[in-house]
Design a protein. Structure first.
Length: 465
């Protein structure tokens, strides 16, 4: 009987994200600078806003506030993706959502591996935005074939990692010693390699097809390309970056700054040009450079319903029909002003957002509600009478337009390219070896379950469309 010695998957994920953070700070010193800036701004924000501090103390673990929320990798083959799914499962991370980025000129499709349960998110929210390269979108057939050959020859997981994944699947988890070994082994997959597995000519051709193709195909493994801590004031960190010697991307992605934050706002510092070497003649290495790695920050708001999401998408489209943010930041103020103006149409009051069915909320009984148990009324009356309260459910996923903006600004802004939109979720899920969780269904379920906790005073409404 080994069951009692199994380490919870959440603990393995926490150890993994801490190890990844240390490795990345070591590999990319500018990321360490960003982390210090985020911690400083978070501290200042908390001192200036005691009510926020209190709320965070009550709902979150305040001491983990500046820890990483996510990272990202780009994989080359279906086999890599399906093994990655199995590796993340050991850490309690499951594929949620399907993102087609071809529409935005990036030849990948993606999912986010993340903890799903509330308690798991609280223990450690780390997730990994994981993209699979779509060689089928590359026109040059011979290059496509060569790239596929290079990818087929690499092994991104150590033998030790694979053995431990299989063991975890067999035994339903890992004991402490194996969990520690697993974190060490799996970290190898995310490590930076400054020696390419292609020669300079091949790199140039891959790069000409798309920078992202060069990034995925040219190296031994899917180096982590950024990590992302949470900030309590994204606009302030964006503004302070230059003072700290790091170059921010042109604009913050996502919705404008609001009283009631929705979805996700993100920004990053631009990817660094780093020295690498390519396979040369007679066993020599040829020096060159590659630009891929950066640091990002995020601030999250409420998860929107399909109706709310459609409104968000419409308003974002409308903004971008009027002004497209220039990569060099020259029209950033005009872009921000237009975004704020257009988004006035999105209600900025929690109760309005709720009543219009734009966002997901968690309902609970107030003390008064608990005392009134047995007295049945409808939900709106119960809220109006202070028997039931509601809190926004935080959006834990990603946004394709924002992701594309992050990709673009880190691939070099001249790299924008057109692809025929071709979402192919089935192809992705076949490669993954599993289906992805539908994020809307998931949030709706959290809301529905929370409603059940209010049945003592609320008549459950008939499920409405
Ligand atoms: C992933 C970009 C997407 C985000 O935060 O939207 C992403 C990548 O550059 O590989 O991480
Ligand atoms: Ni990101």
């Amino acid at each position: 009987m080994t069951v009692s010695r199994i380490v919870p998957a959440d603990e393995i994920r926490a150890a993994f994200s801490a190890a990844m953070s240390a490795m990345y700070r070591d590999e990319v010193p500018a990321y360490g600078t960003l982390m210090s800036l985020v911690a400083k701004v978070n501290d200042e924000t908390l001192s200036a806003r005691p009510e926020l501090k209190k709320r965070l103390e009550e709902t979150d673990s305040l001491d983990r506030i500046s820890e990483e929320r996510h990272g990202a990798i780009r994989l080359g083959t279906p086999e890599e993706l399906s093994m990655m799914r199995r590796a993340f499962a050991v850490m309690g991370m499951y594929p949620v959502g399907y993102y087609d980025l071809s529409t935005a000129g990036v030849p990948v499709h993606s999912t986010a591996f993340r903890p799903v349960e509330d308690a798991s998110l609280k223990r450690n929210p780390f997730r990994v935005f994981t993209s699979l390269l779509r060689l089928d979108l590359i026109e040059d057939e011979s290059l496509r074939r060569e790239a596929a050959e290079v990818l087929a020859s690499r092994r991104i997981f150590t033998d030790g990692a694979i053995a431990l994944i299989e063991k975890a699947e067999r035994d339903g988890g890992l004991d402490q010693a194996d969990a520690t070994r697993f974190v060490g082994e799996i970290l190898e997959t995310f490590r930076w390699h400054d020696r390419a597995i292609v020669d300079a000519d091949m790199y140039r051709r891959l790069h000409a097809a798309h920078r992202l193709v060069a990034d995925v195909v040219s190296f031994r493994g899917p180096h982590i390309n950024h990590l992302t801590p949470r900030t309590l004031d994204i606009d302030k960190v964006q503004a302070l970056m230059p003072e700290f010697g790091i170059a921010p991307k042109a604009v913050v992605e996502g919705p404008p700054s609001r009283n009631c934050p929705i979805l996700l706002r993100q920004t990053s510092f631009k990817a660094l040009e780093e020295p690498v070497s390519f396979i040369g003649e007679n066993g020599e290495w040829r020096p060159g450079s590659h630009t891929a790695r950066f640091g990002e920050i995020e601030q999250r708001g409420i998860a929107l319903t399909p109706k709310g999401r459609t409104l968000y998408d419409t308003l974002l489209d409308r903004t971008r029909a009027r002004i497209v943010p220039a990569p060099d930041g020259s029209n950033a103020p005009e872009y921000e002003a237009t975004l704020a103006e257009v988004f006035k149409e999105f209600p900025d009051d929690w109760n309005e957002i709720r009543q219009e069915g734009l966002g997901y909320f968690r309902y609970s009984l107030t003390e008064k509600g608990r005392a009134a148990a047995g007295r049945k009324t409808d939900l709106e009356t119960a809220i109006a009478e202070g028997l039931v309260q509601f809190d926004p459910i935080v959006y834990e996923d990603f946004l394709p337009v924002s992701a594309a903006g992050i990709f673009q600004s880190n691939l070099g802004d001249d790299a924008a390219q057109e692809f025929v939109a071709s979402p192919n979720r089935l192809m992705f899920e076949r490669a993954l070896g599993a289906s992805v969780l539908d994020e809307f269904a998931h949030y709706a379920e959290i809301e529905r379950t929370s409603m059940e906790s209010c049945l003592a005073v609320v008549e459950m409404p008939i499920a409405a469309e």
